[in-house]
Write a protein that binds this ligand. Sequence first.
Ligand code: GLY
Ligand code: MN
Ligand code: MN
Length: 436
Amino acid sequence: MLNIKEKREYGRRRQQCMAAIGPESVALVFATSEKRRNADVDYLFRPNSDFVYLTGFHEPDALLVLAPGHASHEETLFVLPRDIAAEQWNGRRLGADRVKEMLGIESAFTVEEIRELLPNLLDGRDILHVVEDSETEPQVDVWIGATKAAGLRPPQDRASLADTLHELRLIKSEAEIERMQKAARISAAAHQRAMRFCRPGISELDLESELQHEFAMQGARFTAYPSIVASGTNACIMHYIQNDATIHDGDLVLIDAGCEYQYYASDITRTFPANGCFTSPQRDIYDLVLSAQLAAIEQVKTGHAFTDPHTTSTQILAEGLIDLGVLKGSIDEILENDLAKPFTVHRCSHFLGLDVHDVGKREIDGEDRTLEAGMVLTVEPGLYFGNAESMPDLDPTWHNMGIRIEDDVVVTESGNLVLSADVPKSASDIEALMAG
Ligand code: GLY
Ligand code: MN
Ligand code: MN
């Protein structure tokens, strides 16, 4: 059951979406279906983020129809019908009668009524807005055909609902920031817990289970993405999720993990020494990545470009690699030819929200997007030094280290707010936490 404030918030989002698509349009938004994992076991269901954003409703197979200006059915939700036998096996359903009251939505019917009622909602509208999705596309075609067959006039044109809805999702409301702050706080506690628990001889999976336990204990059942717990050279694999190696004395451990709290993602990375003390070369690289990250966070401000944090961090990392003797040549030559790329590998930022790599255009008409208050992005520079096999020309001093530091940052009117600030990140603060 949504409370009054939540009902108003979701209602406001639907109104904003309808204002954006205009009265000649109609929009379809799918919750999507459960997915099979194996045999008769499904993955835990998580509705599509666009659908969640507009409804706050958690059941599969539902469909939201927005028909701006419609006399009686501007917003219609089709949901699975009540079914006592099915509910005894698979859990409760709200059903069409209760869903109206529970979500504060104008009209609700069962999905069994779509064939009969949807043609009237599509009739006479010029443009159909959907987010492109090959899974739902055939269904949309069937409904358009059924509308024609009923002697009605379905929309002739299609538009991408992403162009409007994802622009709304990009700017977070106060209520969204609150949830994201909570997600980041829970994840920060989990990172601290893993740092405290770590010692040589345990496995990466031991640390993953520490994270998972903290997430769940604080009300976050899902992770926003599979946790990366990577020791030693595993940290040089960007999407390392095997998490089954033994952690050795002298390794660095990179943890990139964030819970999803009430549908909102967090995405935090910290890198720390397995035994609690950085070696001198580890510390050199760590301090370099940290200086790049702190300078990049300074770039997260209204009026700055989305790529400013990346540009700043790349420059600092490249200069540092020259100072350490890893790269040779002038800074201009290195930046111009992207010569630091084998060590920096990925970009510095992505938007964050209901999805970990959240929606929102990073460029508009080929131009870098300007940051605005309410956008949330990660700042996550890294340096990766593989092993003797992958980087034979590198001084062995640096081999087998992957270091990334990642925070979640909101653009505010006056600067920025780091949502994930609770996890220590200076080398000395990390060592102090691990010693305690
Ligand atoms: N964990 C995914 C990312 O950092 O983008
Ligand atoms: Mn991450
Ligand atoms: Mn990230």
